[in-house]
Write a protein that binds this ligand. Structure first.
Ligand SMILES: C[S@@+](CC[C@H](N)C(=O)[O-])C[C@H]1O[C@@H](n2cnc3c(N)ncnc32)[C@H](O)[C@@H]1O
Length: 260
């Protein structure tokens, strides 16, 4: 029997953000396979923002969820970061981290890794504050809408970022392509799109709950990005092998594209 693609409702009811962070976002010697994926993302986001010179006034992150690793390099390059999320509960998780509430996830191991890439592992405390200061707003976002931030209408941003999101939210390629076009409307001509994508995956687990992924190869992603009005400047890919019970993901890529 065909497995149905995970709908939003299942995320609202069964996605455990704390478990997700514990499982996928702690550097641990015993989690070498998972470390490869997060390490790859951090190195390439560092390459895009710190070394690549993508900078400007505003960066919009599409479906930040409850994570902040995607801001660790970008916070040095933008005056304002707008975080977004579809679900109230998930946006609240991020707000709790911003308010430094007790029990929030400790991003120390991930943060220190990025600080080390920037030359000083010990500046993590300052970096954490910088991320908090840079995130000026946390907005509702729905990528199925032509203006994903409706009813707000914001000036087009210098950069739109999205990490590990569209492939878990879009059940098929037409929906994926259309969501990328909707996201594209938020970027100014000449502005950048930065994507971190899980490739060739059908599912990933959070605790005992299975969540779907749209199976994408690199070519599908490249074509969708070009079709949404961007020229790809660079793309870095890697192979990934996870414990089979956790996810059947085979690879990942970070790409940087510029809007025509
Ligand atoms: C794997 S997390 C990605 C979050 C973060 N950007 C990251 O890099 O880890 C997936 C996020 O997508 C959201 N999501 C999943 N399906 C969705 C859908 N159909 N519409 C809107 N959001 C969805 C979930 O609430 C969750 O926050």
């Amino acid at each position: 029997m065909a497995v149905l693609f995970t709908e939003k409702d299942l995320y609202a009811q069964h996605f455990d953000p704390k478990k997700h962070l514990e499982m996928y976002f702690t550097f641990h010697p015993e989690k070498e396979d998972i470390n490869v994926l997060i390490g790859f993302a951090l190195k390439n986001l560092h390459k895009a923002f710190h070394l690549g010179g993508i900078k400007g006034d505003t960066l919009i992150d599409i479906e930040s969820g409850h994570t902040i690793y995607q801001f660790l390099s970008a916070c040095e390059c933008f005056r304002e970061i707008i975080a977004t999320g579809y679900m109230d509960g998930i946006r609240e998780e991020l707000q709790q981290w911003l308010r430094k509430e007790p029990g929030v996830f400790n991003w120390g191991s991930v943060g220190k890794y990025v600080c080390e890439l920037e030359g000083d592992r010990e500046k993590w405390v300052q970096k954490e504050e910088k991320v908090r200061k840079a995130i000026k707003r946390v907005l509702k976002c729905d990528v199925t809408q032509p203006n994903p931030l409706a009813p707000l209408s914001l000036p087009p941003a210098d950069c739109v970022l999205s990490t590990l999101f569209l492939e878990v939210a879009c059940p098929d390629l037409p929906t994926y392509r259309s969501a990328l076009k909707n996201i594209s409307s938020l970027v100014k001509p000449g502005g950048h799109l930065v994507l971190f994508v899980a490739l060739e995956a059908n599912f990933y687990m959070v605790g005992l709950q299975r969540f779907s992924c749209l199976f994408l190869d690199q070519k599908c992603v490249e074509e969708a990005v070009k079709g949404a009005g961007f020229d790809i400047e660079w793309l870095e890919g890697t192979k990934v092998i996870f414990p089979p019970a956790l996810s059947d993901v085979k690879g990942a890529c970070v790409l940087v594209a510029r809007k025509r």
